[in-house]
Design a protein. Structure first.
Length: 171
């Protein structure tokens, strides 16, 4: 997501409902400008914004730029959220091919999402995401849709958490 333009990203922010008290979780290891813009958007609308990063160098870059909210995580830690907070929107722009187990990753995302939460996954346009769509379906996410016309170099795959769909006894 390094080459996403802020004007393009602002078009995507229209997806966020204009209700008070929204909670937004952002998982990113690149593109400081998107992090700054999402933080600014949340401050303007009085939303909660939590940014997590696995890349310590990226966190250092953010802090040098005056951004202090980034929190270090590892993708294999037990859970990603803090204080058992659940989120209305989850923006994920990491390299999925680097994940050892996408199924477990999606379980952890499912666990931090409110019922009806929207999850947005960013992919380079040159990569296929059909296999990931199947993983989302198997993880009991619904309303899976690609958005391919906003960004010049990226596609966004949106999904929604719906409680009570399917038998997910192994959570």
């Amino acid at each position: 997501m390094k080459n996403i333009k802020i004007a393009e990203f602002d078009k995507l922010l229209c997806i966020v409902s204009p209700y008070p008290g929204m909670t937004i979780f952002h998982m990113s290891d690149n593109n400081k400008e998107v992090c700054y813009r999402l933080e600014e958007f949340c401050e303007q609308n009085e939303y909660v914004y939590d940014l997590v990063c696995a890349d310590e160098e990226f966190i250092k870059e953010l802090k040098e730029g005056g951004f202090s909210k980034a929190r270090k995580i590892t993708y294999n830690q037990q859970r990603y959220n803090r204080h058992s907070r659940l989120y209305d929107y989850i923006f994920i722009n990491i390299d999925f091919s680097s994940l050892k187990n996408q199924k477990i990753f999606l379980k952890k995302i499912y666990a931090i999402a409110k019922n009806g939460a929207k999850i947005l996954f960013f992919f380079p346009k040159n990569k296929t995401y059909e296999q990931f769509e199947r993983a989302l379906e198997e993880g009991y996410f619904v309303a899976i849709n690609p958005i391919e016309d906003i960004f010049e170099n990226h596609a966004v795959l949106t999904a929604q958490k719906m409680h009570g769909w399917g038998e997910n006894n192994d959570r």
